[in-house]
Design a protein around this ligand. Structure first.
Ligand SMILES: C[S@@+](CC[C@H](N)C(=O)[O-])C[C@H]1O[C@@H](n2cnc3c(N)ncnc32)[C@H](O)[C@@H]1O
Length: 386
């Protein structure tokens, strides 16, 4: 069984502070934050909790080794020095599934993968007294990052990325990753008693993630993780206790008003179906509607959205028109805040207002900006009022 370890959770570049807070709120000590990664301390139970509860992480890795390597020989020796036998049983399948290199002498992913696998076979071969492995058993994925010649070796506890919650079988043409959508919502001051509208909801990712947050439904409640199969390391009961705890934490918010609109009625159907799968359809009103009809009688709401980007979905003029219309509609919603993620370079000009804050975020390889237009804070509620 596993003792205390250093764990790493990669996330979207620019969202480290949000993930750090999530890990802290789960009760774990964050030891380091670097670009796109948060490091923390935890035991086997932390592997269960971080996989099931973290909304903004991409995966959770056990840091099994860190060493310097400028040559393949050093990479081989460094990998061989890791106590792989503490994790990997004799019949297991093991592979370096991902190798990335930044500003380092070693940079060929396939060569890095091959050398490391060879070193692991060498180490495990002498431990288990064999030269060949059938690899018919449970799976272990190794992910390695070489940054300025420092090799960080991670054992992947997650498997399929955490952004795949399992509810989004159908998507829009340019969907936003679920964990990035969650990070943007968590970055905003939105709480479940404030209105949230996504006028370009596509497959419904923002409304669904917001409803999951508002009802305190853990994002990983209904999915599997690679390390659930590692029964020699993590007791099966630990997983079932963690999921039971997640079920007990679900709340039924008294008041939660979330709305998703899209011009395309087929997208709206898809969004509805996805929300049903996520178990939050009762909290969201979806409807086919053009952004030009966006209006609301209530105050202090939030628009959180990802409008068409242009390069992927349509020609430049119609994109400019959409942002112009959004700007005009938003102007009428004078007490509202708007969080908008886009890679459209003229978004602020077309909207007709400069954002109060803006931060660069990578959505996969695409550079995007999150524009934050801040509305006023609502007046303090009087006693007993919600
Ligand atoms: C980038 S996608 C949104 C993706 C969404 N965030 C998701 O995760 O699936 C933009 C969406 O805007 C919709 N759209 C385009 N023009 C529109 C308009 N005038 N009014 C409302 N929606 C529009 C498209 O149908 C598309 O689904």
């Amino acid at each position: 069984m596993l003792g205390k370890m250093e764990l790493t959770a990669p996330c979207h570049f620019g969202m480290e502070a949000v993930l750090k807070k999530e890990i802290f709120d789960l009760g774990y000590d964050v030891t380091k934050v670097s670009d796109g990664r948060v490091y923390f301390e935890g035991d086997a139970e932390a592997i269960c909790y971080s996989n099931v509860f973290l909304r903004t992480a991409e995966r959770v890795l056990i840091n099994v080794g860190e060493f310097k390597a400028e040559t393949f020989e050093e990479l081989f020796q460094g990998t061989k020095a890791i106590e792989w036998e503490n994790y990997i049983p004799e019949d297991a399948k093991f592979n370096v599934v991902k190798a990335a290199s930044v500003k380092s002498k070693l940079f060929s992913p396939t060569d890095i993968q091959k050398i490391m696998k060879k070193a692991m076979v060498d180490r495990l071969g002498s431990y288990y007294q064999r030269t060949h492995f059938e690899e018919t058993g449970i799976e272990f994925g190794i992910r390695v990052m070489i940054n300025k010649d420092i090799v960080s070796v991670g054992l992947d506890t997650t498997g399929t990325s955490l952004h795949k919650r399992g509810y989004r079988l159908l998507t829009a043409k340019a969907p936003i990753a679920e964990n990035l959508a969650a990070a943007i919502i968590l970055l905003s001051p939105w709480k479940e008693d404030r209105i949230l509208v996504d006028p370009f909801c596509g497959s419904g990712t923002f409304p669904i993630e917001a409803a999951l947050i508002g009802a305190n439904i853990a994002p990983g409640l209904n999915r599997k993780f690679a390390s659930m199969e590692w029964k020699h390391l993590i007791d099966t009961k630990m997983w079932s206790d963690c999921k039971q705890d997640a079920r007990e934490r679900i709340i039924v918010p008294e008041k939660m008003d979330i709305q998703g609109y899209d011009l395309n009625p087929e997208m709206v159907e898809i969004a509805r179906e996805n929300a049903r799968k996520a178990g939050v359809d009762q909290y969201i009103h979806f409807q086919a509607r053009d952004v030009k009809d966006l209006s609301h009688h209530k105050k202090y709401g939030f628009i959180i959205t990802n409008p068409p980007y242009g390069e992927r979905l349509m020609d430049k003029d119609s994109v400019a028109d959409i942002y112009k219309t959004l700007g005009e509609r938003y102007k009428e919603l004078d007490s509202w805040s708007m969080y908008m993620i886009t890679s459209y370079p003229d978004a602020e000009t077309s909207i007709g207002r400069k954002a109060d804050k803006n931060r660069k975020i990578y959505n996969g390889m695409m550079k995007t900006y999150l524009y934050q237009f801040m509305g006023p804070k609502p007046p303090k509620r009087s006693e007993g009022e919600r």
